[in-house]
Design a binder for this molecule. Structure first.
Ligand code: NAP
Length: 284
């Protein structure tokens, strides 16, 4: 990589940020596209967020990604926020427009759908889908399922009140019929009755175990199982579902595509998705 007087700056803010795989993924794409751009990590303490946003804009950055803990706190600091990012309640991509506006997006929902498209799992148009989790990722998944025109979504969460709140909001804000179930074996069984797609959007499973009270027998084709956790690549949930013959998908494709969509917003170019995926795998 050669830095010149014309090098364009993008990057990621987080705190801490040293664990991020985004620089590896984006710089591989930048090299493949032959751009005079660089993507750098910026550790930004929470109390310095407003200063960091103004600073990045002041030095002419084209935009940036945001990770924990900044995705929610960014919303009131930007000139505009997309409807989807407002519903999700989190911004993961900021574009500094040439006219001076700062615009916040959340690319997780679209990344979720693009990854499902390339996996051969049919989008749940007209179908019932179940989502475990009620945090930021589950909100993005709910937005994606509404976009995919699911007939009904069932939000299943350990803290039942959060599932109820998200289901009510999804019903009102993104026009998808939604209801809530508690994260118990009975709650999951009810959510899975007649369901085409089960999505895990909880952090359970990141330790490699299923961590979720699901009866293995409930995971049978034609149910497809999508676990958006990407490390480990095969969670206990995916392992059981695959053993039972279900189509399965992990979160690597979603992670790749949410990054690809961010790069496309900044550059206006089609992102080299395969290069980005390989860079992520190599960096893990
Ligand atoms: P979050 O806002 O902190 O929400 C965490 C969710 O997981 C909550 O619903 C929480 O339930 C639930 N949960 C946590 N531990 C649990 C356990 N032991 N048993 C049952 N439920 C548990 O986190 P998030 O941002 O939504 O992220 C959730 C997961 O999605 C993470 O693993 C993250 O890596 C993954 N993710 C992947 C991508 C991708 O591109 N592939 C993108 C975003 C996120 P309570 O409400 O009861 O606490």
């Amino acid at each position: 990589m050669r830095i010149t007087g014309k090098t364009q700056l993008v990057g990621v803010i987080g705190y801490p940020v040293s664990h991020t795989l985004s620089p590896a993924m984006h710089n591989a794409a930048i090299a493949e596209l032959g751009l005079d751009w660089v993507y750098a990590p910026f550790p930004v303490a929470p109390d310095r967020l407003p200063e960091a946003v103004r600073g990045l804009q002041a030095v002419g950055a084209r935009g940036f990604n945001a990770t924990i803990p900044h995705k929610e706190s960014l919303l009131p600091l930007l000139d505009e926020v997309s409807g989807e990012a407002a519903f999700i309640g989190a911004v993961n991509t900021v574009l500094f427009h040439e006219d001076g506006r700062s615009i916040g997006y959340n690319t997780d929902a679209e990344g979720f759908l693009r990854a499902m498209d390339e996996s051969g799992i049919a989008p749940p148009e007209g179908e019932k889908a179940a989502v475990m989790g009620a945090g930021g990722a589950a909100r993005a998944v709910a937005a994606a399922l509404a976009k995919a025109k699911a007939r009904e979504i069932v939000i299943v969460n350990r803290t039942f009140e959060k599932a109820e709140a998200l289901a009510a909001e999804a019903d009102a804000a993104i026009g998808v019929s939604a209801r809530a179930e508690p994260l118990t074996e009975a709650g999951i069984a009810s959510a899975l009755d007649g369901t085409a797609l089960l999505v895990n959007a909880t952090s359970a499973g990141m330790d490699g175990s299923a961590g979720l009270p699901i009866d293995a027998d409930a995971l049978r084709p034609p149910l497809a199982v999508y676990d958006i956790v990407y490390s480990p690549p095969q969670t206990g949930l995916l392992k059981t579902a695959a053993q039972n013959g279900c189509k399965t998908l992990n979160g690597l494709g979603m992670l790749t595509h949410q990054g690809a969509i961010a790069l496309e917003r900044w550059t206006g170019l089609k992102a080299p998705v395969e290069t980005m995926r390989q860079a992520l795998l190599a960096a893990q």
